[in-house]
Design a protein around this ligand. Structure first.
Ligand SMILES: C[S@@+](CC[C@H](N)C(=O)[O-])C[C@H]1O[C@@H](n2cnc3c(N)ncnc32)[C@H](O)[C@@H]1O
Length: 274
């Protein structure tokens, strides 16, 4: 039997008619109306080490989406809009690998981007989600399946509930291009330690490859971007910018909507493997 929070996640996922934005707004509304039952910022932050540890409950998953979901979605959308022209050479089969996917926000942003550009139905997506948290991974799968239905997209979803040091990118498929998404994970030390091994696996994905990485410009993230540049020597480093991103979002500490500005660093690399 589903508990109340699982039912809330289900009903928020059902509200997605125009993309991830609907899920976010539905969750904000729930969070705002149930203040007494939510986690506080302090409790969430100390238990999860500022959202870098794997989440262990639906309560944490809801807090995460309300506090960070929109920012992460918007930065991935911005990076895509600056660097990827999905209308130029649509491929029949596209692979997406979302490293440390959490609740799948980066993949959802990618799907929203394809829909916005009118090409959602042009290619079948083979989506690989790698994430140690079972709660997050289950939600990611639910949301991606739901959004695929809304957009009429053909998707196959492959989940690996594990950390990146033991992850294996599956390559035996017809995909001719791969999008590697590193959304808000580059600042995590255990992720940084796996970059050399990940880079080797990425380099063996045949066809066209794109790597998109985003993270707020913290000191730890800067270290992560430097390591990424070093390990991805085989790729063309086509974009690396900091963007002062201003957007309307719900602020969990103030319990209201307001304009927020944060500086995001975002990078895109590309390569072809034979
Ligand atoms: C800040 S969240 C980012 C989640 C998602 N990519 C997003 O943009 O919303 C960091 C994520 O990295 C995951 N994570 C932490 N250490 C990891 C590791 N060693 N390998 C894979 N994922 C890891 C956490 O469980 C969490 O979901």
């Amino acid at each position: 039997m589903k508990n109340q929070l699982q039912l809330q996640i289900d009903s928020a996922s059902e509200s997605m008619n125009d993309g991830f934005v609907d899920y976010y707004k539905n969750m904000v509304s729930y969070f705002h109306q149930n203040h007494a039952q939510n986690l506080s910022y302090g409790d969430f932050s100390s238990r999860t080490n500022r959202a870098t540890n794997a989440l262990i409950s639906e309560k944490e998953a809801i807090f995460y989406i309300v506090a960070y979901g929109w920012q992460h979605h918007q930065s991935m959308q911005h990076l895509l809009s600056q660097t990827i022209d999905v209308t130029s050479e649509p491929q029949e089969n596209t692979r997406v690998v979302d490293y440390g996917c959490g609740q799948g926000v980066a993949t959802l942003a990618f799907m929203d981007y394809l829909a916005k550009k009118g090409v959602a139905q042009q290619s079948a997506l083979e989506i690989h989600l790698i994430e140690p948290s079972k709660v997050s991974l289950d939600i990611a799968k639910l949301l991606i399946e739901r959004l695929a239905k809304v957009y009429g997209m053909q998707v196959s979803i492959h989940c690996q509930q594990r950390t990146l040091d033991t992850a294996l990118i599956s390559l035996n498929s017809e995909c001719t291009e791969t999008f590697h998404l590193l959304s808000n994970v580059i600042d995590i030390q255990t992720v940084q330690a796996t970059l050399p091994n990940l880079a080797k696996q990425m380099n063996s994905c045949t066809g066209k490859n794109f790597l998109l990485a985003t993270c707020p410009r913290y000191a730890n993230a800067q270290t992560g971007f430097r390591l990424l540049q070093q390990t991805m020597g085989f790729a063309d480093h086509l974009y690396d910018e900091c963007w002062d991103m201003t957007y309307e979002m719900y602020r969990v500490m103030q319990a209201c909507w307001s304009q927020h500005t944060s500086t995001q660093r975002m990078a895109m690399m590309s390569w072809i493997s034979h």
